[in-house]
Design a binder for this molecule. Structure first.
Ligand SMILES: NC(=O)c1ccc[n+]([C@@H]2O[C@H](COP(=O)([O-])OP(=O)(O)OC[C@H]3O[C@@H](n4cnc5c(N)ncnc54)[C@H](O)[C@@H]3O)[C@@H](O)[C@H]2O)c1
Length: 403
């Protein structure tokens, strides 16, 4: 009996121990479960907080990246010029078509360039790749107002150049070319700078001499719709020579013939951009008059090289800068149509008033005295393309001629 009760006690103790052990394990498991649950919740919350912080910081990070980028911004390669060779150059109208290419050339040559522009037809984006460069400055200024800066050379290009632009406000065109030029000549006189005037083949008007050389005095209608520009440039030339004779200012006068190239305004109404736009949009290419009037187009890089070489020469009399490769407007329309592979047809409209009938520069002077001549031919691309001619011909009975 005694033995029996001892055995039962031993068994009870073992069961008790087992139960206590199981209870302990269950407790530990529940504590662990709660702990891991809490941990998960905590981690989840931490993740959410981190996410929120990330979201809040992301724009700041982007801004810092932008700032770092702007500090290490890559500019086009610029030559190093010693102090003695580096010039301080002002380009008025430097944010325009020709001016921006001239800016590129002079910056890459290692000069300090200040562009002055009122952004009438020019655009900041034409020179934005230089903004922030230590050699470059962009000033929003109208040349009709005086300007006081220290420079060694002035390329005076400020003036609307395409007929719709200069006819838009003829009085302003006259003021820009007269008062603006007087202001720049005054500046040149004050600081002893050399000034190059971007004159134009329009000073020859509707010429009776062909091709036009620099000795020809021109045939301009002084009261026609183009007079604000033509006469404005003629008097600008007169002012240059008055300042040269009376005040000893060093002047250079470039008579620029039609120029084309990148950064031309698509909508500025010049014939090349007009035709390209119309051909791309499948609209008729509008030719004013019979299309037999001629023009000669030079590529902008040729012009820029000519301007720089004229500025640095000792030739103070006017010099023609243009490409003598002459074509009729109709030929240009066909060329562009073919290059764009466009199905547009050619539409003839009434002749524009005072539209010059023939235009071709005589560039013997530039060749002889500057050693300059254009190297980009407008027809080289066209002739290459002609080997693969356009197969289609459009028919449109409403129009006079259909190509
Ligand atoms: N592109 C040509 O085929 C051509 C032919 C002959 C002459 N030019 C002459 O070359 C120069 C540049 O012509 P472009 O084709 O580059 O024309 P553009 O219109 O692209 O450039 C002219 C620039 O002058 C600026 N400007 C105009 N009025 C101004 C003012 N009052 N103050 C400050 N800035 C002013 C414009 O905003 C623009 O940036 C012009 O003087 C033009 O007469 C050009």
């Amino acid at each position: 009996m005694m033995r029996m009760s001892c055995l039962i006690t031993v068994i009870n103790r073992r069961i008790m121990k087992l139960l206590v052990a199981l209870g302990l394990i269950a407790y530990i498991a529940s504590v662990w479960g709660t702990y891991t649950n809490m941990r998960m919740i905590q981690e989840h919350n931490e993740l959410k907080i981190e996410q929120r912080i990330d979201e809040a910081v992301a724009p700041l990070r982007e801004k810092i990246q932008d700032l770092e980028l702007s500090l290490t911004q890559k500019y086009p390669p610029v030559k190093f010029l010693s102090e003695k060779d580096r010039k301080r150059i002002l380009i008025t109208g430097g944010a325009g078509f020709v001016g921006s290419h001239l800016t590129d050339k002079l910056m890459m040559d290692g000069h300090e360039v200040t562009v002055v522009d009122n952004f009438f037809t020019g655009r900041k984006r034409n020179v934005e790749h230089w903004i922030g460069h230590e050699n470059f400055e962009l000033i929003n200024h109208d040349v009709v107002e005086p300007l006081y800066i220290e420079v060694d050379q002035i390329y005076h290009l400020a003036s609307p150049a395409s007929p719709p632009n200069y006819m838009y406000n003829p009085i302003k065109t006259l003021k820009t070319n007269t008062i603006g030029t007087l202001n720049m000549l005054g500046l040149a006189k004050r600081v002893g700078a050399r000034l190059l005037l971007a004159s134009t083949s329009e000073v020859y008007g509707d010429p009776e001499v062909h091709p036009q050389n620099e000795d020809y005095w021109g045939h301009v209608n002084p009261i026609g719709p183009r007079a604000c520009y033509d006469e404005g440039k003629r008097v600008a030339e007169t002012m240059c020579y008055a300042y040269m004779k009376q005040e000893g200012v060093e002047v250079r006068v470039a008579r620029i013939f039609n120029t084309f190239g990148p950064r031309m305004h698509m909508n500025d109404g010049r014939v090349v951009s007009n035709f390209i736009l119309q051909a791309l949009q499948g609209e008729p290419l509008t030719v004013y008059g019979s299309g037999s009037q001629t023009r000669a187009f030079q590529y902008v890089s040729d012009l820029v090289n000519g301007l720089v070489s004229l500025m640095n020469s000792n030739i103070s009399s006017p010099v023609n800068l243009g490409n003598p490769e002459e074509h009729t407007i109709l030929e240009f329309a066909q060329m562009i149509k073919s290059l764009v592979v466009s199905r547009s047809h050619i539409q003839f409209l009434p002749e524009a008033q005072d539209d010059p009938q023939r235009r071709r520069p005589d560039i013997r002077k530039a060749k002889m005295l500057l050693g300059w001549e254009p190297v980009v031919s407008i027809t080289s691309h066209y002739t290459a393309k002609k080997k693969n001619p356009m197969p289609d011909v459009n028919v449109d009975s409403d129009l006079k001629v259909v190509w």
